[in-house]
Design a protein around this ligand. Sequence first.
Ligand SMILES: [Zn+2]
Length: 450
Amino acid sequence: MTLKSKVVYLLLAIALVMSVPLAIVRGAGNRSPVRARSVIFLMGDGMGATQRDAIQLVTVGPYGRLTMDQLPYTGMMSTNSVDPKTFVTDSAAGATAWAIGRKTYNGAIAVDAQGKPWPTLLEEAKQAGKSVGLVTTSQVTDASPAAFGAHVEDRDEQSEIARQYLESSKVDVILGGGEDYWYPKGDPGAFPDHPKEDPEEGSKGNRGNLVREAKRLGYTYVTDRQELMAARGPKVLGLFANEEMFQQRPEGEGAVYSPVVSLPEMTQKAIDILSRNPRGFFLFVEQEAIDEMGHNNNSELLMKAGQELDKSVGVALDYAKESGDTLVLVTGDHECCGLTLEGPDDPKYPDEDGREIKGNISGEDGPFKVARSSYRFKTDWTTTGHTPVDVPVSAYGPYADRLVGNYENTHLHEVLQQALGLGPNGMPETGRGWWGHLAAFWRTLTSHLP
Ligand SMILES: [Zn+2]
């Protein structure tokens, strides 16, 4: 043992001896809110700061605040991945950073850069006796929800992801699109193959009939709004479209955003079912259309989808205020498509032609009406791909204050583990009773060991 480590040990021993009586004195009055019993994690895929501003302008105008902007704690998050070809993340690596706390390559679903699987927040919550749910307007097996409930090396393995939801991670509530991956080819399920709005859609599952498997495992299976509203749980599988619950296209080319069940309704139903568990729950809610409409430089439907996400934040916040021990957070996995906002064009500086997305010239949309005013604004895109700019994180509830600052996306993983008391970061905290001091002492001690 070197002299330096002897000094460290001595100082730590003194700290321990002194902290125990102090902690006993402070302990009784310093216990709440110790943890989040539940977490509701809402995500706008592709939602950066500008997307939020655009949604704000069309919803509440330049001086109003969206519900997501009213959450009391805000931070900025870096989203970059460690892909061999690029540092600009995709949704798979972005959500994996949250789910397992490790940066990885694009396309990875809850495996690290070497392809090794690690436990996800959702799995740890389940193991701790909580209920868990995944809600999205995308395929339920798409990259973002998948990173919480499955481990595969390639995000395209959507049937395997579905199988793992049912058989490995045992997700209690699964709501979204993507029925095509649950039925084998030739068995259309509830949504016909090759519909006229998108003839490419059709069942393509390669893990058998997973809807039958879900029913065998005790899931209530629903395919429309009415059935969902009537579902009692505790296990519900709702598939509401062949693929995404919307059609992503540029404006005027058949783009549609009108899901058969709205995102706020799905969010409310998931909370109703999951919150019956006295041990709490972990719920991930995604609005995929912000990203997909962004890729198509379709601002109008991006903003419509964003308004639906903001209503879902309202649903989550109402529950959190009532429950008192629920952490709500809202963020995006990356920015999409270099969106910026402008006033109406100055005739002296006309914009580049905004309609030529396919010719790789940046698109411009609008003018759009600014809510609660006579103003108008335009949106301008610089690309049809993801960008590496930081995205805002907003939070409410226990541990929300730890999301202030500027940090990596993996930080969310640590905070959520701490908030829920899960995994290696979930040990009791300093200042939360003598056991917390002992645990903090142990962590400090082990971090100094050679
Ligand atoms: Zn995208």
